[in-house]
Design a binder for this molecule. Structure first.
Ligand code: NAD
Ligand code: UDP
Length: 312
């Protein structure tokens, strides 16, 4: 457990970042939350404003900043395809220039720094389930490239700062994560389906819905992130995700059942370069961190549904 440390969370008012701020404060740390509020929301961290161990800075990671901290979680980056494709040049700058700025800061103040990388570094994977040693199958010039290649370049920067400057890095590859505080207009599949079901609207399945994803509940992910940050001697990369795989149709049917909605499934075109399958091999996380996700999709969805029932 991280304790009595000064911790910077970039992207701290976003979905995952805000849960991370909560955990770090609960564990007795001083948290600096840095965000430009592109996809983040003050409501996610409103309950922390005024807390004596919490500070909020409106700042863009594309600009350098000097702060005295012991640890940095670099979470800043839009994560939903809808948001990261809105301004693709800004997205890749956030990943690459943001990584350079945060690594420079880590180097200067000798902080340990963790990068929120992604399963998207594997692209549309030909190796299934995905292992960390797989180099991926990524289109460098497509609509998802600003995100995928930005995150890949950020990983390269992390390892180069480590090799060249001895920066104390941690790299985690996050697989599809869901839970309360996902933005309603986020465009990602779990939030879309839950919002559509609760509003009695059509459930929009892209393509035939036979593509697969593996969904990790946010609390499990936060356990993995903090365990990786605290682990001495293992820098990653490590996959963090739930290894139980679902087709998108199965997800839609489960949400229809849990919300008891009259909504019907409708089919929309499959977005370009949409990965056909995704499931993490979590052996490295299990052996190096003793981490295993525990929340079943059905239980996690119930919590998410109840959150959206209160906030919609
Ligand atoms: P999110 O969009 O809710 O949060 C991202 C946060 O970063 C937001 O608060 C946003 O305002 C902030 N941000 C964006 N650009 C910024 C910039 N230039 N400067 C400062 N702040 C900036 O997304 P999330 O799901 O919480 O994702 C958090 C991180 O985890 C991202 O780096 C994402 O790539 C990674 N990740 C998430 C998932 C997932 O399933 N949620 C999967 C893989 C990787
Ligand atoms: N998807 C869908 N309907 C939606 C949103 C997404 O069928 O309303 C599909 C999307 O095509 C992809 C999967 O769900 O195959 C996961 O999409 P998401 O945007 O959540 O994340 P990705 O894993 O693609 O980054």
């Amino acid at each position: 457990m991280t304790k009595n440390k000064r911790v910077l969370v970039t992207g701290g008012s976003g979905f995952i970042g805000s849960h991370l701020c909560d955990r770090l404060i609960k564990d007795g740390n001083d948290v600096v939350c840095l965000d430009n509020f592109f996809t983040g929301n003050k409501d996610n961290i409103r309950h922390l404003l005024g807390h004596s161990h919490f500070e909020l800075i409106r700042h863009d990671v594309i600009q350098p900043i000097l702060l005295e901290v012991d640890q940095i979680y670099n979470m800043a980056c839009p994560a939903s395809p809808l948001h990261y494709q809105y301004n693709p040049i800004k997205t890749i700058k956030t990943s690459v220039v943001g990584a350079i700025n945060m690594l420079g800061l880590a180097k200067r103040v000798k902080a340990r720094i963790l990068q929120a990388s992604t399963s998207e570094v594997y692209g549309d994977p030909e190796v299934h389930p995905q292992v960390e040693t797989y180099w991926g199958h990524v289109n460098p010039v497509g609509e998802r490239s600003c995100y995928d290649e930005g995150k890949r370049a950020a990983e390269t920067l992390f390892f180069d700062y480590h090799r060249q400057n001895n920066v104390d890095i941690r790299v985690v590859r996050i697989f599809n994560t869901y839970g309360p505080r996902m933005a309603q207009n986020d465009g990602r599949v779990v939030s879309n389906f839950v919002v559509q079901a609760l509003q009695g609207k059509d459930i929009t399945v892209y393509g035939k819905g036979e593509q697969t994803r593996s969904f990790c509940y946010v609390d499990d992910l936060i356990d993995g992130l903090t365990e990786m940050m605290e682990n001495d001697g293992f820098i990653g990369p490590v996959n963090l995700g739930n290894p139980v795989e679902f087709t998108i149709i199965e997800l839609a049917e489960l949400i229809i059942k849990l919300t008891n909605t009259p909504s019907k499934i409708v089919y929309k075109p499959l977005p370009i370069d949409d990965p056909t399958q995704r499931k993490p091999n979590t052996e490295v996380a299990r052996t190096k961190l003793g981490w295993d996700p525990v929340e079943k999709l059905e239980n996690g969805l119930k919590k998410m549904i109840s959150y959206f029932q209160d906030t919609l």
